[in-house]
Design a protein around this ligand. Structure first.
Ligand code: SF4
Length: 702
């Protein structure tokens, strides 16, 4: 009787984790003796009411007792609770002093792709208008910058999926390159399963066997780091056999002849040796892409997080152009973004090189438009700064001495993570906005408590490019505030009230809509009311009677001449990847597990999720393990040129013998990013997370 439900409250929300943005409800039930929670899926156009284990347990971190609920200021190494007034005064004083002593650009802003569109917009405006600094970038740089840069270069526009997700089941060929959808975005897996039931030929390219590769008809167990070469092999077979769409190439693209000439100079056997993919498998994939009427290619971090990631993606896009598989039903490209707002967070000016509406900060017309919109002189609008990791290098060089960090954990997420921690410790002043005392927040001088997904209203743009409205029906705990409020409060404390006098997320969205008007990512036609009614709208949506764009590039591409740009992609990258050698004989690749998200700040607080995966691990082939005297389940030291970590071994035949895998969700001592080199993709500044050279040995506790 004591346990009988006496009252029930339902909170409508969206999952805070991956880019599918499943809609869901948190149900709070009260009985005489206790309060219990459960999360259930809610019908929506993308995930159709499905949830994965992360979504089902998201409330565990939001309701966690370790949430920060009051501003904290570090005094003599201890965090002391203070009032908002005191915290904001501390920030004002330190920021003013830093900028007086070291210049405007000494302050930097490090943002996130897990925040709402409204907050991403405000971050860009805050950096350029309130701080007048050119140094702003965000953690999405480490996640999606290769795909974004490739799509922008090839199509003139970067939207996650070129087609509505509903078209996937009708594609006859599907290539999943470096994407483990079954574990990372499980609730869209059914689209691919339906395609398979409909007879599609599904190819998964991955050095490891995963739940996704097991669903595929063909698993290409590629040698890490050779995706661009593999795509050249496919192009060569397609062009040699004339499986191209000549009229599409002639009418809608440029650059084909150069690509044709380059791949003609390659030998398929050499590509096979370089990639470790048998010639017959290259031919089989090429045949399917060339012969079938419809086909789609999807990429994710496996291809993208490499020092030639942007070019590898471009080469896969070359295939779609050569075969005319764009702008038609079930023909297109999809970058499966990782973070919850991986798409939207890159559209509104939070990137080093961008202004709202996906405008360029170096384009004079765009600069004039946005400075005029913000009411500042164009000469006062800072120019392009530096990418996320490069900002940290500037901290190390003491060019940047202050940082405002929002919902991000760079100490764990960046390459050469030990260096990153040492660099951030050199800052004169660090403000962290977070839910918890993350590994990076612990280094801060001030921590400002923010709202979780349950409390924070705003729009998110999912992996399709669908803008959804996340409702917030729960109150923030204690004195925590919304991210958008915090950004505005700090800006106001710096004397910029006139630019940041918003009283709701909706007001910020309405300014964002106007700012985006006429830009590539045009949100003007969306309002909170429309988003509520339609359960999301696919951008671009330029007018209030526009229904959103389900399929893009049907008539032309977004470049001024309307054509897609093919380009030669060398099989050998410009920035050399780490090769294995006698001292470091194995390739290390990194990735996710289903139960955790990013650096684990939120998911490691969930008892249900940590029960599934409570520590990191090393996936290693049994024969490789035997060669290095490693037994299953024992502690192993993994070492690269940057240092070492210790994790437990998991022997499995699902991985290549020359490769080991470690997930990246754990903190310092188990943080695999300590091993990763800081080399960056020259086009988009993406670090090469997916290929490092390492050695492994049993760990001697003594
Ligand atoms: Fe949906 Fe992704 Fe959340 Fe899982 S993690 S419930 S797939 S949004």
């Amino acid at each position: 009787k004591e346990r009988q439900v006496q009252s029930e409250k339902v909170y409508n929300t969206q999952c805070p984790y991956c880019s599918v943005q499943c809609q869901m409800q948190l149900i709070e039930q009260r009985s005489v003796t206790r309060k219990t929670y459960k999360t259930v899926g809610k019908d929506n156009p993308t995930s159709k009411g499905r949830l994965c284990v992360k979504g089902m347990n998201a409330h565990q971190h939001a309701l966690h007792k370790d949430r920060i609920t009051q501003p904290l200021v570090k005094i003599d190494g201890e965090f002391i609770p203070v009032s908002w007034k005191e915290a904001l005064e501390c920030i004002r004083e330190n920021v003013t002093n830093i900028q007086k002593e070291d210049g405007y650009n000494a302050m930097s802003v490090y943002g996130s792709a897990s925040i709402t569109n409204e907050e991403a917009y405000l971050m860009g405006k805050f950096a350029r208008v309130a701080l007048k600094t050119k140094y702003i970038d965000y953690n999405g740089r480490l996640c999606m910058s290769s795909a974004a840069s490739a799509a922008s270069a090839v199509f003139g526009m970067d939207r996650g999926l070129t087609n509505s997700i509903e078209e996937i089941p009708y594609a006859e060929t599907i290539v999943l390159a470096g994407t483990n959808i079954a574990e990372c975005q499980p609730t869209i897996m059914h689209y691919f399963e339906q395609a398979k039931e409909n007879g599609a030929f599904i190819v998964a390219v991955d050095p490891r066997e995963t739940a996704t590769t097991r669903m595929a008809d063909l698993h290409i167990k590629i040698k890490p780091g050779t995706d661009a070469a593999f795509a050249n092999g496919l192009l060569k077979v397609i062009i040699d056999n004339d499986w191209i769409d000549r009229s599409f190439i002639e009418e809608k693209s440029i650059g084909f002849e150069d690509v044709k000439e380059y791949v003609a100079s390659l030998e398929l056997e050499d590509i096979s040796a370089q990639t470790d993919v048998p010639v017959k498998e290259i031919r089989r994939v090429a045949l399917s892409l060339g012969e079938k009427e419809t086909g789609m290619i999807f990429t994710a971090r496996g291809v993208e997080q490499q020092t030639d990631g942007s070019m590898a993606v471009r080469n896969l896009l070359n295939i779609l152009i050569a075969t005319g598989k764009l702008g038609k039903p079930s023909c297109g490209y999809g970058a499966i973004t990782g973070q919850s707002n991986g798409q939207g967070a890159r559209e509104h000016g939070q990137k080093a090189d961008q202004l709202p509406g996906y405008r360029s900060i170096e384009n004079e017309e765009h600069r004039a438009h946005i400075s005029n919109f913000w009411g500042i002189a164009e000469k006062d609008l800072p120019r392009k700064g530096a990418s996320a990791f490069e900002m940290i290098e500037k901290v190390d060089q003491r060019e940047i001495t202050g940082m405002f960090l929002l919902c991000s954990n760079p100490v764990v997420s960046n390459p050469n993570a030990r260096f990153v921690k040492q660099a951030l410790q050199k800052l004169k002043f660090l403000v962290a906005v977070d839910l918890f005392k993350s590994e990076t927040a612990q280094l801060a001088d001030v921590i400002l408590p923010t709202s979780s997904y349950l409390e924070d209203e705003g729009t998110m743009t999912n992996l399709e490019g669908r803008v959804t409205l996340r409702e917030a029906s729960k109150k923030v705990p204690g004195e925590a505030r919304h991210d958008w409020e915090i950004i505005c409060d700090v800006a106001k404390s710096l004397g910029k009230e006139e630019y940041f006098s918003f009283s709701s997320a909706e007001e910020v969205f309405n300014e964002l809509r106007e700012a985006s008007r006429g830009g590539i990512a045009d949100y003007y036609g969306m309002t909170y009311e429309r988003l509520r009614k339609k359960q999301g709208i696919l951008w671009p949506c330029p007018s209030l009677d526009h229904g959103g764009a389900a399929r893009i590039f049907e008539d032309s591409f977004a470049h001024a001449d309307g054509r897609a740009k093919m380009t030669v992609v060398p099989s050998e990258p410009v920035v050399k990847k780490e090769e294995t050698c006698e001292k470091y004989p194995l390739y290390l690749t990194t990735g996710r597990v289903m139960a955790h998200y990013l650096t684990g700040v939120q998911t490691r607080k969930s008892s249900a999720l940590t029960a599934r995966e409570f520590e990191s691990f090393l996936e290693i082939h049994p024969q490789t393990a035997q060669q290095y005297h490693i037994r299953n389940g024992e502690l192993v030291r993994i070492e690269s040129r940057r240092g070492g970590i210790v994790v437990r071994s998991k022997c499995t035949e699902t991985i290549r013998q020359d490769t080991v895998f470690v997930p990246f969700h754990w903190d310092e001592k188990q943080n695999v990013n300590r091993l990763v080199a800081e080399d960056l993709d020259p086009n988009c500044r993406m670090p090469g997370f997916k290929v490092s050279a390492v050695k492994v040995a049993p760990y001697d506790i003594n």
